[in-house]
Write a protein that binds this ligand. Structure first.
Ligand SMILES: *Cc1c(COP(=O)(O)O)cnc(C)c1O
Ligand SMILES: [Zn+2]
Length: 400
């Protein structure tokens, strides 16, 4: 299959499936050349491979087969908080507990098929865990570049797949650019957040949501945004379904950022097409550590996605995130990481502003599981001790 990469901004086409950036500076993506597509084309295949004809690679072996196919759960307990009819697209059910697997399932096998000996990534979070899992499942060496001061828990989560972990000192923030350059010079594929093949994998989340609603379309889809990679993939999916005639009115894409690092919210409010990078002085600490990017590489594309679909970008504080995380658990039964809890807090803000209304269907996308965070503090849990012989009396006192 010939793979053409295109630029969302200037429309330039490249007959090159490994280029990351357009001459104009914007990240590239791969638009499917398929002219027809129907929902039942997927047959009984599962996960992201239901949409194989719209993906740039054939279905590989290994853990990639388990990516996607996550449940969409109607969750009435969250309606009052969100201000609409809530559906939860539970991305924690991916093999490594985050939506990143959709991208790794396409990008890692694609790089291996191209003959790259080693897969790499620059991350100390879900991207690192996911990339390492997919590389090892295809018996390929993986190198993960992490910051020098990475926590023990994070090292353990990444280390279980036994990649080579390199702590980098002297400017982790600049490593993103260095990595792209190294990828071009050496037979190593460093798969960062906006690698075009990752974006192809991410679009399957939108396909799954729309397939579940077909022939209807949800009114709102809310996702957390950091680099803007996931938002780009969802927008790519919207465009492809519009072209295939499977949706008329696109869902409004609502992106949520942490107030500690929110260049996209600022640009959206200013009416700017490009985010202005935030300086270290302007950037704060946050419990939503998966979404703290002050200089999002796919930021302009994410903003274009929001404007094209009539959506919005909002920021929420750590207090709102803590509350939302608890609501996800207590009102919905979902264990989500702080970055993902932002979706509920963000939609609740939009409802307060009258931008989401009660009858509307709202899909919240918790991008990653909260189980990886347990033991890192935050929740006070109380539990009483009762002597065995006192249990019957205690239980009776608990009955209504
Ligand atoms: C990576 C990540 C995000 C942010 O996605 P971007 O593509 O960087 O915008 C959000 N939530 C979780 C759990 C993540 O791991
Ligand atoms: Zn361009």
């Amino acid at each position: 299959m010939s793979v053409i990469e295109t630029c969302h901004r200037c429309g330039t086409r490249y007959e090159d499936e490994f280029r990351v950036r357009c001459g104009c500076g914007e990240p590239l993506w791969i638009e499917s050349e398929a002219t027809t597509f129907a929902w039942d084309d997927g047959g009984d295949r599962s996960g992201i491979w239901r949409y194989e004809s719209l993906l740039p690679i054939d279905r590989p072996d290994g853990v990639a087969r388990a990516a996607g196919g996550t449940p969409l759960v109607r969750s009435p307990g969250l309606d009052d908080v969100a201000g609409g009819r809530v559906f939860v697209k539970d991305e924690s059910e991916n093999p490594t507990g985050a939506y990143k697997d959709r991208g790794s399932a396409v990008a890692v096998p694609h790089a291996i098929a191209a003959g790259d000996d080693v897969i790499g990534t620059v991350s100390y979070g879900n991207m690192a865990i996911s990339t390492a899992a997919h590389a090892t499942s295809l018996d390929r060496e993986c190198i993960v570049f992490v910051p020098e001061d990475i926590s023990r828990v994070r090292l353990e989560l990444i280390g279980q797949y036994e990649p080579t972990i390199i702590r980098v000192s002297g400017g982790y923030g600049e490593l993103y650019g260095d990595a792209l350059e190294l990828s071009e010079r050496l037979p190593i594929s460093v798969l960062v957040s906006d690698a075009p093949t990752r974006i192809s994998g991410y679009k399957t989340a939108l396909f799954e949501i729309c397939e579940s609603f077909a022939p209807e379309t949800p009114d709102v889809i809310a996702l957390p945004a950091s680099s803007g990679g996931f938002a780009s993939g969802v927008w790519l999916g919207v465009r492809e379904l519009e072209r295939a005639g499977l949706i008329d009115e696109p869902p409004r894409l609502c992106l949520v950022q942490t107030a500690a690092a929110d260049p996209l919210t600022r640009a959206f409010e200013d009416g700017a097409t490009d985010p202005t990078p935030m300086s270290p002085d302007e950037t704060g600490e946050t419990i939503a550590h998966s979404i703290g990017n002050p200089d999002p590489p796919s930021g302009a594309r994410a903003l274009a996605a929001v404007r094209d679909t009539g959506g919005a970008v909002v920021s929420v504080t750590d207090d709102e995130i803590r509350t939302a995380r608890r609501q996800f658990a207590v009102e919905g039964g979902f264990c989500v990481e702080p970055a993902s809890a932002t979706t509920l807090a963000g939609v609740s803000r939009l409802a307060d502003r009258g931008e989401v209304s009660a009858g509307e269907s709202v899909v919240l996308v918790p991008t990653g599981t909260g189980f990886k965070e347990l033991g890192t503090g935050g929740t006070d849990v109380t539990a009483e001790t009762v002597h065995r012989t006192d249990l019957p009396a205690r239980l009776e006192s608990l009955l209504p």
